[in-house]
Design a protein around this ligand. Structure first.
Ligand code: AVJ
Length: 321
């Protein structure tokens, strides 16, 4: 029983799985094999990402937390009191709690693709912030969203921390900001966390940690394909490969085939040359000026920017222009 029964009984999982299958088959059929990074975050992947955030080499999380603490009063002043705070992501982080405490929005609206994660996070926040109205929205923030009706005068501020925007190409980031600008309206604002350009050796270490957690995170994508899509990837025949591409200003993560091989995913077959890669993630790094230029093309103005003392990470305060 089990499997088929469960799949027929749960259209949510079925729809998700068929989108996953479609994306995997399409991506592995390209001349440069590619897999979308959003599929890293199954249960095991999310756990591994949590471990990455605690690694000594992965400076991003600590730098963003440090700058948020240091500049909290100014950040809250920028966001303003009593409006609607939308967060793209489930908002489980310490940074979110600091922001909620300082800013005291009238409504907090976390937007996440996983209803399960949202419900759990919202329940916890509700206990911690009894005065706060929490309105979780289950949906994909990378597409135009239907938001619950809000009182029209309430100022909307979108919080998008963690440099998640770095997964998008500059052109996609611009389109994404433009869409968000439509979402918040003419009196709206955005707080977006962006990893800064820096010494390539520091970047390299952050994505090639000595404990191999990032490697496990990358390889878990193949394990997920094996589990969910009847794949037969042999994880010993692929290796994590991450490097900084200075011309494009991004970290690239790949999985390299160590031997010539054929892999099955359900009824589909894919062949790999020795040394051929699957490109699994880009993580773009922007100077303050570069990010301002992207914001300007999206009808946002870079009004404020806060960084940590070491100049590793930036939080941009954008206002509708
Ligand atoms: C969650 C997209 C910001 O790009 O640094 C961490 C994901 N990948 N280590 C990043 C990630 C490898 C992370 N983001």
């Amino acid at each position: 029983m089990g499997r088929d029964h469960r799949r027929r009984g749960n259209p949510g999982i079925d729809a998700g799985r068929s989108a996953f299958r479609q994306d995997v088959v399409a991506g592995l059929s390209l001349p440069q094999k590619t897999l979308p990074p959003k599929y890293f975050y199954d249960r095991a992947g999310s756990e591994l990402f949590g471990r990455i955030c605690r690694l000594r080499e992965y400076y991003l999380t600590r730098a963003e937390l440090a700058l948020t603490r240091t500049h909290m009063a100014a950040i809250a002043r920028f966001a303003g009191r009593g409006g609607v705070l939308l967060e793209y992501g489930s908002g489980e982080s310490l940074k979110t709690r600091l922001l909620l405490r300082a800013m005291r929005p009238a409504v907090y609206m976390p937007v996440d693709i996983s209803a399960e994660i949202l419900t759990r996070a919202a329940g916890r926040l509700a206990r911690e912030f009894p005065w706060l109205r929490i309105a979780p929205v289950a949906g994909d923030f990378s597409r135009p969203l239907e938001l619950p009706e809000l009182r029209g005068r309430d100022r909307r501020v979108v919080y998008f921390p963690g440099s998640t925007i770095g997964n998008l190409s500059p052109g996609e980031a611009q389109a994404f900001l433009r869409m968000t600008r439509g979402q918040v309206g003419p009196s709206g604002a955005m707080l977006v966390g962006v990893d800064l350009k820096k010494d390539a050796n520091v970047l390299h270490a952050a994505y090639n940690d000595s404990r191999g957690v990032t490697a496990a995170f990358n390889l878990n994508l193949l394990e997920r394909i094996n589990r969910e899509l009847r794949g037969d990837f042999d994880l010993r025949r692929f290796a994590h490969y991450a490097f900084y591409n200075p011309a494009l200003g991004r970290i690239e993560m790949h999985l390299v085939s160590l031997v010539p091989q054929t892999v099955n995913v359900g009824d589909h077959r894919f062949t790999f040359d020795r040394g051929e890669t699957i490109h699994t993630e880009n993580s773009y790094k922007y100077s303050i000026e570069e990010f301002h230029a992207i914001a300007a093309e999206s009808d946002f103005r870079g009004a404020k920017v806060w960084t940590d003392r070491k100049g590793l990470f930036a939080l941009h305060g954008l206002i509708a222009d």
